[in-house]
Design a protein around this ligand. Sequence first.
Ligand code: IMP
Ligand code: MG
Length: 420
Amino acid sequence: MKVDVLLGLQWGDEGKGKIVDVLAPAYNVIARFQGGPNAGHTLEFEGRKHVLRSIPSGIFHEGIMNVIGNGVALDPLLFKEEAEVLAASGFDLTKRVAISKKAHLILPTHQLLDAAYEASKGEKIGTTGKGIGPTYMDKMGRSGLRVGDLLKDDFMARYEDLKAKHDHIFLSMFYPYYTKTLEAKWHDATDYLKRFEWIDSEHVINHYLKDGKAILAEGAQGTMLDVDFGSYPFVTSSSTICAGCCTGLGVAPRHIGEVYGIFKAYCTRVGSGPFPTELSDSTGETLCRQGYEFGSVTGRKRRCGWIDLVALKYAIMINGVTQLIMTKSDVLDAFDVIKACVAYRIDGKEVMEFPYEINNPIEPIYTELPGWKTPMTGMQSENEFPEEFNAYLSFLEEELELPIKIVSVGPDRAQTIVRN
Ligand code: IMP
Ligand code: MG
């Protein structure tokens, strides 16, 4: 057996949660391998909407084990809040979620450091403010605390040590803060965490593989936010790409199977940083309105633009994508003309390969395709697709050199069409 991986190919919010939920019945295990509560995966079914942050998107199906892997940064307090909301909706997670002992803990001071660093920066990253960057800094700096450390007798001493390190940083930044109330709640939440199974997830995942269990690894954020290959420094602090699944779960590269790459029929970005195809005009407004493009974690309005094939091809290459999934197709229903960026013009030169950085002025070069001007949200099969939509799909498949296997035409689980 192999581990299949599902990833976002743009700047996040491609609809990964929805697609994992749709694919879940074919899997025994769903695993998160990176990121943390900066993610917001929205799922809709049976007239209800759920937003997941740290918890994998397989929890709505009975009999599926959901693993939070070692590559994840976990905030016990936010995890508790998330799990309690789900419990109130009738989903008891204690038997469905297992947590890696090697996942790093987001401390209250990590969250405050995130705010302090942002405040000190001239050019803001626009982080989600969940302490992601500072937690991964401590992980790489070998000062971090892990879930398994909570079982050690000297955990409180280790916690105070790390907090003292953070205090030095706050002092040097003249950043006053108060954490007592937050800390009390955080420590309570670490007790709540003990209701869940803590596992050596690398062993568990590899045993599952040996036993022939089907595993799906669920990415968070998107390839263009990857710490190495994204639009650095306007990125998140984890490996959001396929290789992140190997280090974030302990899966050997040769055990990676299908790589599902998800993209929206257009493009969005939340937070700051370069965005070549961004539209600041009424078309951008229409995309935002039609696509209801507001962040599910922070509520921030997302920036919108046309699809960027230069960036998409780069993402497909880095991840070794084997099949594509296109979401939010219905958002383009009303447009007369659909545009797709096929190259960048930089300093008067046409560039087809994604460059070192995209921070300097880039003029997108577009191909225009006719819109379908037909509502797609009610469609049940690909036989109903308008001719112009099929032409858009064929154009993308030819450009991207991969098949688009699934098309999503609305937020609900039911609004998903698998193509033959
Ligand atoms: P951080 O991950 O909170 O440090 O934020 C770094 C950048 O990544 C910011 O631009 C965020 O808006 C963006 N970001 C982080 N998580 C997500 C996500 O799940 N979807 C979209 N953007 C995200
Ligand atoms: Mg999201």
